[in-house]
Write a protein that binds this ligand. Sequence first.
Ligand SMILES: [Zn+2]
Length: 258
Amino acid sequence: MLEIKALPALSDNYIWVVKAQGSDTVAIVDPGEARPVLQYLSEHGLAVGAYLITHHHGDHVGGLDDLLAEHAAPVYGPRGEADRIAQITDAVAGGDQFSLDFLGVDFEVIDVPGHTLGHIAYVTPGVLLAGDALFRGGCGRVFEGSHAQMQASLARLRALPEATEVYGGHEYTQKNLAFAQTVEPESSAIATVIREVDALRANGEPTLPGTLAEERDINPFLRWDQPDVIAAAEQRAGRSLTDAGEIFAVLREWKDAS
Ligand SMILES: [Zn+2]
């Protein structure tokens, strides 16, 4: 049984601390800064067994040097970005599996290009460490890849078991859901999650993780094949859309402009 703790970092990032129940060795996911991690480790008397990196952006790797200076451990990261993340010791790519004995679990790596070209996600049963590929109610911007590539990446994530909890890299949920509601104003599922999320934020609590089951119901970027979403995208584009990548592109550009 894994315990996964969110450490807020920078303006709206989450650094995830992954721990097996009863253990004092943890994995640190996407440390964009060192300070909150160092403080948490020392407060709880924890050691680092590994770092897991999803992509090269500074708000996901910026804390590595200072952390490694005090807590040396293997750094898993995307093979496709190993030239941009000097600290990687274990470069991995889609289809790779590795086990972290201190957690008692195996991870599988999924390629999710789009936000960056080498972006990877880590999956262990029940848990998806999604980086900036998938957020609660939204997805990352397409910076390096094509929209078709990003849509194919999200299709891979959507195919995971629906009970999977999604640990994304940012607290963007309220803005994401506002956009989701623009796309599907009649959705009661979105309205319900907005109420839940507003209550969490009012208490200063993270809104992540969500589950894939919920994401399939509320996240427009996982709903390219739903009639209401297609109709909204077609209205936005002013033409009929048949290709999933095209529908995704219209939604993503709509969100970027909103
Ligand atoms: Zn990023």
